[in-house]
Design a binder for this molecule. Structure first.
Ligand code: ATP
Ligand code: MG
Length: 224
């Protein structure tokens, strides 16, 4: 069926404990690759599949806002971090679908490390009926496009969904998987937390405003 192109909405979920230049630079590169009309970072409240975050919801939310305040193209979606109880991406994406309607292409962005564990997520198969996936590489992980590296249930689900051209994302509202060729940036929140815990500098791994906020509030240094 021939129809107009759908506007593309990017949703970059994560614990963001703390948000860093890995997240931000990848998002900026994606804006050059995918024709997003809106782009949201969506910090998780209480993630189901990992330990309780180190920084409070309030601190993680504030750091996310500080990180994007000078970029009009980025917004923070507070729906998960404002909710009590465990985070469910599928619940958030159902809400997005309600809000944006059927004629919008929702794109959920994930690093390949996270995507490899997608089959552990609550109602994960429903996600393919709600959004596209845009997968980005991370150092030390398999190539994004290596379908063989995916766990078999995920490989089967993705089999007919891979696309190689970002413009195809605009032709469907959900259900496609696109591996974006972004830089491999060796930055992680784990690395940042452990540098701070051992009293080493994290300057230039994250925005200056986030760096200042972490220091003022003694986050991750055992005194916060
Ligand atoms: P942690 O070390 O605590 O797991 P993280 O750096 O992986 O933190 P998350 O909040 O867990 O950050 O990640 C949110 C999303 O961002 C995930 O999909 C993850 O794969 C992706 N991501 C994080 N850092 C990078 C990076 N440097 N390059 C590409 N994707 C990244
Ligand atoms: Mg992570």
């Amino acid at each position: 069926m021939v129809h107009d192109k759908f506007p593309l909405v990017g949703i970059y979920g994560g614990t963001f404990d703390p948000i860093h230049y890995g997240h931000l630079r990848i998002a900026e590169e994606l804006l050059d690759i995918v024709n997003f009309s809106q782009f949201f970072f969506m910090p998780a409240g209480e993630p189901r599949l990992r330990n309780i975050p180190f920084a409070s919801k309030c601190h993680r939310k504030t750091m996310a806002h500080l990180a994007v305040h000078d970029n009009a193209k980025f917004s923070i979606d507070e729906r998960e971090i404002s909710r009590s109880g465990a985070t469910s991406t599928v619940a958030s994406l159902r809400e997005y679908r309600q809000e944006f309607g059927e004629k919008t292409a929702l794109c959920f962005i994930m690093g390949v490390d996270a995507f490899l564990k997608l089959q552990m997520w609550y109602c994960w198969q429903e996600l393919f009926r709600l959004c596209h996936f845009v997968i980005v590489g991370r150092p030390g992980n398999v190539q994004v496009m290596n379908n063989e590296a995916l766990p078999s249930v995920l490989r089967n689900e993705c089999m007919s969904r891979w696309i190689t051209n970002a413009s195809e994302l605009e032709h469907e509202s959900e259900g496609l998987v696109f591996a974006a060729k972004t830089s491999l940036l060796e930055i992680s929140s784990t690395q940042i937390r452990s540098l701070i815990a051992s009293n080493r500098s994290v300057r230039y791994l994250l925005p200056g405003a986030v760096y200042d906020y972490i220091r003022i509030n003694h986050l991750y240094d055992g005194e916060g």
